[in-house]
Write a protein that binds this ligand. Structure first.
Ligand code: ADP
Ligand code: MG
Length: 394
């Protein structure tokens, strides 16, 4: 086994579990730095698998496939949040540097563990999770504090983009919805009075260095990220500092190596609540690709390769617009039509990123556009102009 302190230099293979758009943008960043990439994904066609030097089509827990990956790569990461911890453990036992490690990924895979983690460190970070109650058995429902209603019932596992969630108004309603969810472990969270939402993106290197990007202000639509704007227009500097300090403290607590995103709610009364953590580069961090010295994907490469981290400095204000498959079905529900990219590309400040997915579907993330500007207002106006040309409601 190579000395674990040694950096992994360009020319080597880096491995990534999952072949989605995050894996693709990671692959592109790694390749531009001279690395080769090995992607493992269960599907025959994937955005990352189609551009990687090596693609292994296999289940995440296929031992032979993991061994094949381990024979090629010195370091492996995951882009798929729900990758089985078993896969990461197996790679680690084969002597591979796995970043982030499986315990960190598992924490983010289970809302119960995640909330407990956030609550445990509240006295140090000064930011805790929303008031919540764990529902695992019938009997738990009777013990739900009344002030958690109306609340949001969230499945402990496999939730993303607002899936696996429902608003519940009282304990009868909770009982029905929990039954509909299949009586699986859930968290009932008090529905908070949100003013706006932000996310912090932090990176920790192998050498314990921690860096943070400017906080992004996020707008969701139907539970899916719609825009991220940086600097966050509504966030006060003292709030931003508090959020970055908390995120930096949390990444150290779990001995995490790599890019970590933490979502926060800013409440109408100014309080800050920690919502959830994502153990990987995040959609709300795509702005870094065009607006910062180092993108979040380059940082993931650097962390995995045990290199010093890059500069997180923002070079221009930016507003990122997500492109969903809905856009292909604007006129006619049945027939997919390619959006008018020429109109987007006519904007000199709009940076188009498409993920190479052949099949557009409603709600499917197909790409994003980073709209830059000299001033924040200009970036936001550019974003609004691009959205309106594409027929996306402002
Ligand atoms: P996902 O894993 O789907 O992103 P989240 O827990 O982040 O799940 O919830 C998705 C969105 O739902 C949030 O971005 C926020 O807009 C809204 N939401 C979630 N929890 C709450 C809450 N407790 N109070 C108010 N809004 C919430
Ligand atoms: Mg979320």
């Amino acid at each position: 086994m190579a000395d674990r302190m040694e950096p992994i230099l360009p020319g080597s293979y880096l491995g990534i579990l999952g072949g989605g758009q995050l894996g693709r943008m990671f692959t592109q960043a790694a390749q531009s730095m001279g690395y080769k990439v090995c992607v493992l994904d269960p599907s025959a066609e994937s955005p990352a698998g189609s551009i990687a030097e090596k693609f292994i089509q296999a289940d995440y827990i296929d031992s032979a496939a993991l061994k094949q990956m381990a024979s090629l790569c010195v370091s492996v990461s995951t882009e798929f949040e729900n990758v089985p911890a078993q896969a990461l453990d197996e790679l680690e036992s084969l002597g591979i540097f796995v970043a982030p490690r499986s315990s960190c990924v598992s924490l983010a895979q289970n809302r119960i563990a995640e909330k407990k983690f956030l609550a445990t460190w509240k006295s140090e970070t000064n930011i805790g999770p929303a008031p919540h109650f764990v529902i695992e058995h019938d009997a738990d429902i009777a013990h739900v504090p009344a002030d958690l209603f109306p609340g949001i019932l969230k499945t402990a596992r496999m939730g993303y983009d607002g899936k696996g969630q429902a608003t519940v108004y009282d304990s009868e309603n909770l009982k029905t919805v929990w039954n509909d969810f299949g009586r699986i472990p859930c968290v009932l969270e008090k529905r908070m009075d949100l003013d706006f939402e932000v996310s912090a993106l932090v990176v920790r290197g192998y050498d314990d260095a921690v860096v943070a990007y400017p906080v992004a202000q996020n707008v969701h639509r139907d539970g899916i990220l719609h825009t991220s704007t940086v600097p966050a227009p509504s966030l006060k500097p003292v709030q931003e500092k508090k959020i970055i300090d908390a995120a930096k403290a949390l990444i150290r607590k779990i001995d995490y190596v790599g890019v970590l995103c933490i979502e926060f709610f800013i409440l109408k009364n100014g309080d800050i609540v920690a919502n959830e953590i994502a153990p990987r580069p995040h959609n709300s961090g795509h702005y870094t690709m065009d607006a910062c010295v180092s993108s979040q994907f380059e940082q993931q490469v650097r962390a995995m390769a045990r290199l010093p981290l890059g500069d997180t400095r923002q070079l221009a204000p930016v507003s990122m617009l997500n492109i969903l498959g809905d856009l292909w079905f604007e006129e006619n529900e049945d027939c997919a039509k390619e959006p008018a990219w020429n109109k987007v590309l006519a904007h000199p400040d709009a940076k188009l990123h498409l993920y190479g997915k052949s099949e557009p579907r409603i709600g499917r993330k197909m790409g994003h556009i980073n709209c830059l500007g000299e001033a924040l207002n200009e970036a936001r106006q550019n974003c609004a102009a691009v959205a309106s040309e594409l027929g996306i409601e402002p």
